[in-house]
Design a protein around this ligand. Structure first.
Ligand code: MEV
Length: 357
């Protein structure tokens, strides 16, 4: 027997059917990599992200006290988890404690959306642990909750880029308007310290080609909240720098068109151009520059991905082995992925609901 969620979103069953696993719920969600538009997307400019092959699994079981991987769960250290738990627990009592166990191959704090994947997978697992046919979440509701959790952790400045990509999978396009040639999925709004932002979220299925993404990890941790605040401070000090944000927006639009046409040479070119502006904005680092320079001779294009300051760069390439070797020789640790992979998946749910009053 399997328990399953009846809800579908745009024909996309998020939690279609699942296996049973005693008193546990397990869900997984993919890492993401931004091809165009990081930072600018926080200010409403378009951006494109890809769900990667690398994933994270969250398994939850009932427990006497809250823990994550054997350590106490501290609200200050895990603000997104704290936010999600309280958002999904609808009763007035304190949420029943759970033991949360996280596994997977997404490097943490490296710009690949590990915290969004954790929020999304945890959201799916929590939902399964209290699921009945009325309350199960669809992908819109799930990515919305995960987005609010990310915004809480990023002082109110978070685009829905990471959480939408991790929820929906494939290739996700965010824009301030509905984009032609993409499948519109939902609208997202957030009140940020700089005012209300609205994003239209789409998915895109570009023509297939034999291209790969090689991610190069600098091993340097730079928190997203810090990097996002750095850009906000630069704009406050010099409001004219909004032109750099807008320039990233027009490159994203050009890159999106190239993706829709299956013109991967032009996609790579736009990625490299996008990087130059990010560098100028002050969000690159010496380590990122070294890995990007190493990748470029065998790649169609390369840039930092995510919030920068450290973390990862990404190269689009037809020669993944050569590009990966060049990045490793320059001191980076690499991951290789094809473009577009499945989104949030419920792997197993409990025989009986265990997370309710
Ligand atoms: C982080 O992966 C991407 C940023 O644009 C922040 C955000 O979109 O919330 C830097």
């Amino acid at each position: 027997m399997t328990r399953g969620c009846e809800k579908e979103y745009e024909g996309r069953p998020l939690l279609a059917t699942m296996g049973l696993d005693g008193d546990a719920a397990t869900a997984s969600a993919p890492a993401k990599c931004i091809l165009f538009g990081e930072h600018a997307v926080v200010y409403g400019e378009p951006a494109v992200a890809v769900a990667l092959e690398q994933r994270l699994q969250v398994r939850i079981t009932p427990a006497k006290s809250w823990s994550i991987d054997g350590s106490s769960l501290i609200a200050k250290r895990h603000p997104h988890i704290h936010h999600l738990v309280h958002a999904l627990w609808t009763n007035t009592s304190e949420p029943k404690p759970l033991s949360v166990h996280v596994t997977g191959d997404i490097p943490r704090a490296s710009g690949l959306g590990s915290s969004a994947a954790l929020s999304v997978a945890l959201c799916a697992a929590l939902d399964a642990s209290r699921m009945n046919s009325e309350n199960c979440l669809d992908s819109d509701e799930m990515s919305h909750l995960a987005h609010l959790a990310e915004a809480t952790a990023q002082s109110g400045r978070a685009s829905p880029m990471d959480t939408s990509t991790s929820t929906l999978g494939g290739i996700v396009v965010l824009s301030d308007k509905k984009e032609d040639g993409c499948q519109w999925v939902f609208t997202r709004q957030l009140d940020t310290p700089e005012g209300r932002r609205t994003w239209e979220i789409h998915t895109l299925t570009p023509p297939q080609d034999d291209v790969y993404l090689v991610l190069g990890n600098t091993g340097v941790h730079a928190p997203t909240s810090h990097q996002v605040a750095l850009v906000a401070a630069a704009l406050e000090a010099n409001p004219e720098r909004i032109n750099e944000i807008r320039a990233i927006g027009s490159i994203s639009r050009r890159g999106l068109k190239a993706l829709q046409d299956g013109n991967y040479d032009a996609v790579g070119h736009a990625m490299s151009e996008n990087h130059l502006i990010l560098r100028n904005l002050g969000v690159s680092s010496e380590e990122l520059e070294t890995l990007i320079s190493a990748a470029l001779p065998t790649a169609l294009g390369a840039k930092l991905t995510g919030s920068g300051g450290g973390g990862c760069m990404v190269a689009l390439t037809r020669q993944p082995k050569e590009t990966s070797e060049a990045i490793e020789l320059a001191g980076g640790r690499t991951l290789i992925s094809r473009l577009g992979n499945p989104g949030a998946t419920l792997i197993a749910g409990p025989k009986e609901t265990f997370w309710s009053d």
